[in-house]
Design a protein around this ligand. Structure first.
Ligand code: CO
Length: 133
């Protein structure tokens, strides 16, 4: 048994307005934009059943999303998994030698706790881990 769930898929886009237009064609009502100052991004969450799609648009050229767009172009940026005990999971990963982007659990917009696992430890995909509610 696993308590892992896909919380959301993060997609890096040049323009949320353009990207949202596609999802509107699929019948999705446009979500409301949120600024995440710390990450220098504008974010829209699109509900998809139990999961969500997170559209990420940089608000500054030195945002990590801006750098990603420059290097890789638009596309899948990260997969976010929800775990039931984030601190214990982070300790276990560290003990196993898994490379994390930051050693500390961070507090995001809306107060959720998260940490990123480096793609070199996760099959080439940036993994975001969040504490389940
Ligand atoms: Co995310």
């Amino acid at each position: 048994m696993s308590d892992l769930q896909i919380d959301h898929l993060g997609i890096a886009v040049k323009s949320i307005a353009t990207a949202q237009a596609f999802y509107q064609k699929l019948g999705i009502t446009p979500g409301h934009e949120e600024m995440v100052e710390g990450e220098k991004v504008r974010v829209v969450m699109i509900p998809t059943g139990e999961s969500r799609i997170e559209l990420l648009e940089p608000t500054s050229p030195d945002s990590t999303i801006a750098k990603f767009l420059e290097k890789r172009g638009e596309g899948l940026h990260h997969v976010c998994l929800r775990v039931s005990d984030l601190p214990a999971t982070v300790e276990r990963l560290k003990a196993e030698g898994v490379r994390l982007v930051s050693d500390e659990i961070k507090i995001g917009a809306g107060g959720h706790q998260y940490v990123f696992v480096h793609p070199s430890s996760a099959g080439g995909v940036l993994i975001e881990l969040v504490q389940g509610r």
